[in-house]
Every structure is written in C-alpha cells, then in structure tokens.
Design a binder for this molecule. Sequence first.
Ligand code: ADE
Length: 230
Amino acid sequence: MKFTFVTLFENLIRPYFEDSILKRALQSGLIEIEFFNPRDFTTNKHNKVDDYQVGGGAGLLLGVQPLFDTLKKIKDTHPDAYFIFPAPAGKPFKQIDAKRLALKKNIVFVNGRYEGIDERVVETFANEVFSLGDYVLTGGELASCVFSDAISRNIEGVLGNQSSLDEESFENELLEAPSFSKPAFYEGKSVPSEFLKGNHAKIANLKIEMAKLKTKYFRPDLFARKSARR
Ligand code: ADE
C-alpha cells in the first residue's frame, strides 16, 4: 500500500511513521509513504496557497489552483490513486472502512488547512470524504494519520500476530473484552478467577459475555445495532 499525503505540513505526518509498528511496516515494504505540497504547485508569484471565499465567509480556504494542479499531477502519475478527503462534514470513519480500504493499492489523503477546501476540488477528485469525529480540527493531517494507522494494521503482515485482529473491538459490533497481563494478583486485585483455571473454552465464553456487558454499558448505540441484526 502506498499512502500519498497532500499537505502543506509534511512534518505533522512523517514522524508518526518513524516509530513502532508503522516504522517496521515501512522498513519491510508493506507500506510506503510520499508527500506532495500544494505550495510547490502554486502559480502565485508570492507562493501563496490560501485564498478568500467567493461570496464572503469567515476565513481563508486552501486555494483552488494549487490544490487542483497538485491532484491533477497525482492522478496523471498514479494509476491506482484513490482519493480520500478528511473533513468534519464527511461520513464517520469506521473499522469496516479501515478493513475495506486496506485492500487498495494507493490511498491519497488530501489535507485541508485554514477553513477547508474549495468544493470544486472535492467534487472533481474525492472518492470518499471521512470525518474523524464531531469536532473541528485545525487541519486534516491528524485525521489522515489516524485513518492510515487504522488501515495499515489491517494490511496482511503489518501486525506480528494476525489473530489479534479477530478478537479486537468492533468485530461483530462488540467492544473488546477486558484483558489482563501477568501477574494474576497485583495491588490487592485479582484477574477474574475463571482466567486462572486454564479451561480455554470457558474463558472464551466468559470473554464473549464480558464483551457484551461492556458494549451494552459503554456503547448502547453499538449494542442496539447488534441486537437489531439478530
Ligand atoms: N479536518 C478538520 N476537522 C476534521 C475532522 N473532524 N475529521 C476529519 N478531518 C478534519
């Protein structure tokens, strides 16, 4: 998978890939990252990339020309480009999207700054628009890091232990069951006694029941969806 980031601020994104699991994925060639800066494409003699909104409106937009030309260049040179625009007005990004998008060859994240992006650019290039949540960030970069992280761990080989994908939160619309590390007793607290007895079938059943209770308590919306499906 190649992740192409269109951003004025490469340094907000690059360090995220310089440690831990994503660093390993980069080193082993399972993922690749590259950056395009709209400032390199502006025809403005002062290198300006922002512009006022036609018809008024608070704040500046990332101007149409630099961004349009950047994306056109990417489209012309990246045959597998799949354009994702992070924006608060997008649909909520879900685990199911991370799984689906992990099968793409080249995802291009187009990161707005200022008050957003000219809508004609979105209309022309966007394959999908996703939101990180119901709040407004100063730009799309943080959302792009989050989306590319969630996508990467669903690419085969990125996680050391592939089976951890099967047990985690949002599989079957359940939050992940509580888990416990060694030692079994710590600071006066024990792990659930069933976990000490070594009956793996019983422990698995207990984990399912715990996951259901946790989901019902913390995410009644998820639990209701799960119940409605049955
Ligand atoms: N850019 C600004 N706010 C955002 C959000 N909530 N999600 C995705 N991109 C954004």
